[in-house]
Design a protein around this ligand. Sequence first.
Ligand code: UDP
Length: 310
Amino acid sequence: MARVVITGGAGFLGSHLADELLGRGDEVVAIDNLSTGNNANIEHLLALPGFTFVEHDVSKYVWVPGGVDAVLHFASPASPVDYLKLPIQTLKVGSLGTHNTLGLAKAKGATYFLASTSEVYGDPQVHPQTEGYWGNVNPVGPRGVYDEAKRFSEAMTMAYHRSHGIDTRIVRIFNTYGPRMRLDDGRVVSNFIVQALKGDPLTIFGDGCQTRSFCFVEDEVRGLIALLDSEEHHPVNLGNPNEFTIRELAEIVLEVTGSSSVIEHRPLPTDDPTQRQPDITRARDLLDWEPQVQLREGVERTVAYFRSIV
Ligand code: UDP
């Protein structure tokens, strides 16, 4: 049993993590400023004795009374649409928020767990991406606000590990999808499913030949907890290595939903990565972790969720 602080605890991943940790008997303190998080994700937890919710922006000083065993820093706008809308907040939560939450972990003698991202690889010139690849990021492009904030947060986490001896973890999360994604977060999986269910055109950006590798949230969270329970300080990729073009994803969504939506092409966003696939050798070796839910099944389960809220 542990007492765990989750920043971004009302978000997509943070709330699933809270469920899993509470399920195994841990106490959870969820902190969220609800800028992209959603109360509905944690409504079912509010009455549980092991769960506390604090509405707070971790870019500002953070304090949690009592003992803390682990601090999981998941707070950040994380979809391109969200971080392009909130560029300065994204830079602040990745930099100041990381510094503040590392300070909390240091004060409590807690393990620190940083949610980093495949975006640290930018538009990768090495494929698939191994943790040893340093990336190809445009620091001054619109996506730089997220990519550089996360790159800074990794550097800060390693500095606290090396200088203060903090027990740290860094996960690089690749595209993850599933129930509790926001309808309007702008990500490709949520966009396509909502468009298909409404009979609206599916919006493919560019020619749709760019690739992503999509991990179902249940697999991702199992990997996150395995990493938390490990002793690995260096970054670990967690994602599903099965790679699809965006066009293939659109076809799967149309098949699963039975929708007759047409496809419309829109301009490709600036610096949109052309390919992305995690090399998960380290996760396999260190955590004995492997995704189990394949794209079609994951899309079916996500469609069922969206049908219940659209
Ligand atoms: N995309 C798309 N249509 C949409 C939303 C996104 O074609 O309605 C594309 C986007 O250009 C990118 C990929 O889908 O190539 C994944 O985009 P997403 O926003 O989900 O996340 P990213 O992997 O870019 O962070």
